[in-house]
Design a protein around this ligand. Structure first.
Ligand code: FES
Length: 130
């Protein structure tokens, strides 16, 4: 692992810029990593044009999952919801800057899963189905 990126991950894990919750929020979703049970929540506020003005994450997990959430949430402020829908696994890996094995990949991609589920409105869908 590249030392520079390793330092960046530890820094975002120990000193997250985006940790917190937004109340009220326009979009919120939380989910677990099925492998370990670690939990992540992401909240978004958007303006009338669908552009994200504020974002925050909360939860607990390993350094990779928390650093990934912090970097990803930071990167989506200023993006539109449509742009967020286009984000891929490669975008998250680019933010992290490291190669990951399959288990660590699930840690890294938990934030993308939660973010996209929130943007696609799965929470509302689930409420409707209850
Ligand atoms: Fe749980 Fe990484 S070990 S998210």
């Amino acid at each position: 692992m590249d030392d520079l990126y390793r330092e960046q991950i530890i820094d975002h894990y120990k000193n997250p810029r985006m940790r917190g919750t937004l109340e009220p929020h326009d979009y919120s979703y939380s989910d677990d990593n099925p492998v370990c049970g670690d939990h992540l929540r992401i909240d978004l506020r958007v303006d009338e044009t669908g552009r994200i003005t504020e974002a925050a994450f909360d939860g607990e997990g390993c350094a990779i999952s928390q650093a990934s959430a912090d970097l990803l949430v930071e990167s989506v402020v200023g993006k539109t919801l449509e742009e967020v829908k286009q984000l891929s696994k490669d975008d998250v890996l680019e933010l992290l800057g490291i190669e990951l094995g399959p288990v660590r990949l699930k840690c890294a991609l938990l934030s993308l899963k939660v973010l996209k589920a929130g943007v696609y409105g799965l929470e509302e869908l689930e409420e409707e189905l209850v």
